[in-house]
Design a protein around this ligand. Structure first.
Ligand SMILES: *Cc1c(COP(=O)(O)O)cnc(C)c1O
Length: 360
């Protein structure tokens, strides 16, 4: 029996996608072999890759002057690739709104001067600071954000005014959850295991004029964007099977109304949970309401023992991976594209019941 999996990542995938992968596991179309066993130089795999690229282009209306890359090493490798490729003046501005942007800033320090131009660490990343009038560093090569902080459950809803600097964004945990205007970014990327496919793969969308030949010295061939744009993500053996699953997810999204429809479904799910939290006498959300993520909702009871009891009972009732990140504690419900409305509705019912049984 499949459970309601609220994991922050790797996370729930659409059942239809898993079923199709299952049906094609032994023989992909008429090839007589699994996608896992296929040459990445074969016609069949090229078709999988190029179709996946076209489908994500369609979903996000990616302008023609952007390249789409399917790269290995997850999102974390991008924390290094971005500065290695883009820090031409060896300086960048980072907006730190949670664990992931903080880690990205930390990594970038290996390569140059990192200025933290805004931060919400003073209140344990429970809000998004004002980004309307930032002190942008004149020599900064880019301004970096993590648009949806998976651990802390905040979303940057209005992009920062970068005053003409390139905006670079990590959208791992909100990728394809709603439409996005790619033209506002110089580079936007995400690990796919939050909303799209299996872990290990990152999708990078990069504007043509940022694909440089001259990058920081000592940048390995594998970590140069140009290597991969020149080779159309086929420089070395890519994560073939992951790309195939991502492609199935793109088809699933397209068949279900695209990203406008996904946004409506996701907002409806988040609304029932946040409405409940706002009216609950036991549970409360930890994020300032206007900055709340539609994807990741952290909440607490205010009593660690009661949190632990809730997590245990929720698990027994089939609501899995509801425990908050180790750095924050409490609970967190991740409600990615593939989480059905029913899953969140049932979780809320369960929380109501728990509240009535445990309210002193
Ligand atoms: C999960 C996550 C990462 C790290 O992804 P890996 O693939 O494990 O490297 C980075 N950024 C965000 C926003 C994430 O949610």
């Amino acid at each position: 029996m499949r459970v309601f999996n609220f994991s922050a990542g790797p996370a729930v995938l659409p059942e239809e996608v898993l079923r199709q992968a299952q049906a094609e596991m032994l023989e992909y179309k008429d090839t007589g072999m699994s996608v896992m066993e296929m040459s990445h130089r074969s016609k069949d795999f090229e078709e999988i890759l190029f179709t996946a690229e076209q489908d994500i282009r369609d979903l996000l209306s990616i302008p023609e002057n952007y390249k789409v890359l399917f790269l290995q090493g997850g999102a974390y490798t991008q924390f290094a690739m971005i500065p290695m490729n883009l820090m031409r003046n060896k300086a960048a501005d980072y907006i730190v709104t949670g664990q992931w942007s903080k880690k990205a800033a930390q990594e970038a320090k290996i390569f140059g001067k990192v200025n933290i131009i805004a931060s919400s660490e003073d209140k344990n990343f429970s809000y998004v600071p004002d980004l309307s009038n930032l002190n942008i560093t004149p020599e900064a090569d880019y301004v970096y954000i993590c648009q949806n902080e998976t651990v802390h459950g905040t979303t940057i809803k209005k992009l920062p005014d970068t005053k003409g600097k390139i905006l670079v964004a990590d959208v791992s945990s909100m990728f394809l959850s709603e439409p996005m205007d790619v033209s506002k970014y110089g580079l936007v990327y995400g690990g796919v295991q939050k909303n799209i496919g299996p872990a290990g793969l990152a999708i990078v969308i990069i504007r043509d004029d940022l694909i440089y030949d001259e990058v920081l010295p000592f940048t390995p061939t594998m970590l140069k964007y140009k290597t991969h744009t020149d080779a159309k993500s086929l420089f070395n053996t890519p994560s073939c099977f992951n790309i195939y699953i991502c492609g199935l997810t793109f088809k699933w999204l397209k068949a279900n109304g695209g990203l406008e429809a996904a946004k409506l479904r996701n907002e409806a799910k988040a609304k029932i949970l946040y409405d409940f939290l706002d009216n609950s006498k036991l549970f409360k959300g930890t994020v300032r309401p206007e900055d709340r993520s539609v994807m990741n909702a952290p909440f607490i009871t205010g009593d660690k023992e009661l949190d632990a009891k809730f997590i245990k009972e929720a698990d027994l009732a089939g609501f899995k991976n509801i425990k908050g990140h180790r750095s924050v504690g409490g609970m967190r419900a991740s409600m990615y594209n593939a989480m059905p409305y029913e899953g969140v509705a049932k979780l809320v019912e369960f929380m109501k019941k728990f509240e009535s049984e445990n309210l002193k």
